[in-house]
Design a protein around this ligand. Structure first.
Ligand SMILES: C[S@@+](CC[C@H](N)C(=O)[O-])C[C@H]1O[C@@H](n2cnc3c(N)ncnc32)[C@H](O)[C@@H]1O
Length: 224
C-alpha cells in the first residue's frame, strides 16, 4: 500500500461508518468484526511492514478524551492542538468540533493517518496529518498550545519514552492531557480531571466497560 488511494481503499473495504459508543456526536470508520481485519492487516504486515490496525476502533482512552473535550470546549477553543498517537483521529475530530484553531493528528502508522483524514471528512472537519515519530522533538516544533495522548500507555519501553518527552513538553509551556483506562504503564502522579466508565470493544478488552481517567501531565514525576 504505497499510495494514499490504496490505503483509503483498504480502510473502506474493512470498515463501516459507525457511531462512537461514548461520543455519539462522532462517527468513525470502524471494524465491525475486528478479527478478520486484524488478520488482513497482519498479512500486509508480513509483506509490507505495516503496523497493527489501532486505527480501526475507538480506544477507551480516546473516547474519554473526546467526551471530555466536547463537554469542555473552552479547553481547546481557539487553540492549536496536537493529537499524539491519533489512531482513528477521534480526539482530533472532537477538538476540531469544539473550535480549536488548528488540529494536527500525529501517528507513526500511515494507515492511521489516512483513517484520520477519512474520518475527519466523514464528520465535516479538517485536520492536518503528520506521519512521524515526534517523541523527543523540541516542543516549539509541535506548533501546539495543547497536546492530547489517548490510550498510549500499553507497552513498557514506549511508555517510558513518552513520559519523559511529554513532561519536557509540559515544561515548555504546552498543556498535555492523556486518556487512560488503567493501562499497565501509565505514569504515577498525573492530575485527574475526570473519569468515566467507557464501553469497549469486546474482542479487544477483557471487560465491556473500562474505568478510564482523563489525566493532566505535570512537569515532574512524584518522588517515590
Ligand atoms: C491504542 S492506539 C490509540 C489511538 C487513539 N488515540 C484512541 O485512543 O483511539 C495507540 C496509537 O499510538 C500510535 N503510536 C505508537 N507509538 C507512537 C509514536 N512513537 N508516535 C506517534 N504515535 C504512536 C499507534 O500507532 C496507535 O495508533
Amino acid at each position: 500500500m504505497e499510495t494514499a488511494e490504496e490505503r483509503a481503499t483498504f480502510i473502506r473495504a474493512h470498515t463501516v461508518l459507525a457511531t462512537v459508543p461514548f461520543v455519539p456526536e462522532i462517527r468513525l470508520l470502524t471494524a465491525t468484526d475486528v478479527t478478520p481485519l486484524w488478520r488482513a492487516t497482519h498479512t500486509f504486515l508480513g509483506e509490507h511492514g505495516l503496523e497493527v490496525p489501532f486505527w480501526c476502533v475507538p480506544w477507551a482512552g480516546g473516547q474519554a478524551l473526546a467526551r471530555w473535550v466536547l463537554d469542555h470546549p473552552e479547553a481547546v477553543r481557539g487553540l492549536r492542538v496536537v493529537d499524539f498517537g491519533a489512531g482513528s483521529g477521534l480526539v482530533a475530530i472532537a477538538c476540531a468540533l469544539a473550535g480549536a484553531s488548528s488540529v494536527r493528528a500525529v501517528d507513526i502508522d500511515p494507515l492511521a493517518l489516512e483513517a484520520c483524514l477519512l474520518n475527519a471528512g466523514a464528520n465535516g472537519v479538517a485536520l492536518d496529518a503528520t506521519c512521524a515519530d515526534v517523541v523527543g522533538a523540541e516542543a516549539s516544533t509541535l506548533d501546539a498550545d495543547i497536546l492530547f495522548a489517548g490510550d498510549v500507555w500499553y507497552e513498557r519501553a514506549p511508555a517510558a519514552r513518552f513520559e519523559a518527552w511529554l513532561r519536557s513538553v509540559v515544561r515548555s509551556g504546552v498543556r498535555v492531557i492523556t486518556g487512560d483506562p488503567c493501562r499497565a504503564y501509565v505514569p504515577d502522579g498525573l492530575h485527574e480531571l475526570d473519569r468515566y466508565d467507557i464501553p469497549t470493544c469486546a474482542d479487544l478488552e477483557a471487560t465491556a466497560l473500562r474505568l478510564t481517567r482523563v489525566l493532566e501531565v505535570l512537569t515532574r514525576a512524584p518522588r517515590s
